[in-house]
Design a protein around this ligand. Structure first.
Ligand code: ZN
Ligand code: ZN
Length: 279
């Protein structure tokens, strides 16, 4: 089975712990065939240009890692843009001036800088919080300059810390609009496996949204661990493949210079169980 991990953070992200070389070494050791290191570009009010992100150094280090591991694993250039629809000029300038293979767009914060992780979640305000999140997703999908949306039902992660289940499938009409926008524009989603390691205990998104995406005609799906250290590289990827298969998908997607390539999900399970064991 061709296993890949298309969402991870090195020490180029403020919350990442390990170097690009260390993340790549871990990925090669775990038998992954391809990774995309997607460090944060996260402009905020008052820090719109996000100068701490050093694209030149990032591209240099990816090149060095490819020189080291090129025979064994493909190391793709990627970025996770946080709320690029809020400060579009900075995100656009970054991706237009650099040759990324893959661009993730995520809604971490509202336009007033409030992080969805900093909201208090209760049964009383759940509809309100989910509504705010879906509005950001709608605007993000409309921005349309990315390849895939990151961790589509992110509020699930935060609500679960309050023992509350946030299910975006309950807001079917809004979710449908967002997914249809993505599908019509040839954009995709990812299965982000970090939820398996956190209190939500399921991938983002989970089975119900994946089924809905498929029913609407969605086909493009990447897989990512959202690892912030080398230990988590590849974590849950084998489970994500199984989830995709269960939800009725036959293909998963990788990118080369912003172009999607479909990879057929193999029928046999042996290889990825093997890969999971070494992970
Ligand atoms: Zn994210
Ligand atoms: Zn991330």
């Amino acid at each position: 089975m061709y296993l890949f991990d298309y969402h991870m953070h090195s020490d180029h992200s403020t919350d990442g712990q390990d170097s690009i070389m260390k993340m790549s070494t871990a990925a090669a050791g775990k038998g992954l065939r391809e990774i995309a290191i997607s460090d944060h570009f996260e402009p905020t009010l008052g820090n719109e240009a996000y100068p701490s992100y050093d694209a030149e150094k990032y591209f240099r280090e990816i090149k060095e890692a490819n020189e080291m591991f090129g025979q064994k694993i493909k190391i793709k250039t990627a970025v996770e843009l946080g709320q690029p629809h809020v400060f579009p000029e900075y995100s656009l300038s970054l991706i237009e001036n650099h040759n990324y293979d893959y661009v993730i767009a995520s809604a971490h914060k509202m336009s007033d800088n409030t992080d969805f992780g900093d909201l208090v979640y209760s049964r009383e305000n759940l509809d309100d919080n989910c509504g705010k999140y879906l509005t950001e997703l709608e605007n993000l999908a409309g921005w349309n300059k990315f390849d895939c949306i990151g961790h589509l039902d992110l509020v699930k992660r935060y609500a679960s810390r309050y023992n509350i289940e946030a299910k975006l499938i309950h807001y079917r009409e809004k979710l449908e609009n967002i997914l249809k926008t993505l599908i019509e524009n040839g954009k995709g989603i990812e299965i982000n496996t970090s939820g398996l390691r956190q209190s939500a205990k399921e991938c983002m998104p989970g089975y119900d949204i994946l089924r809905f995406y498929k029913e609407l005609g969605g086909e493009i799906i990447t897989l990512g661990s959202d690892a912030h250290n080398h230990f988590d590289v590849g974590a849950g990827i084998a489970d994500a493949v199984e989830l995709l298969r269960t939800a009725g998908f036959e293909y998963m997607t990788v990118y080369e210079k912003r172009k999607p390539e479909m990879i057929r999900i193999a029928q046999e399970k042996t290889f990825w169980f093997q890969a999971q064991r070494t992970a």
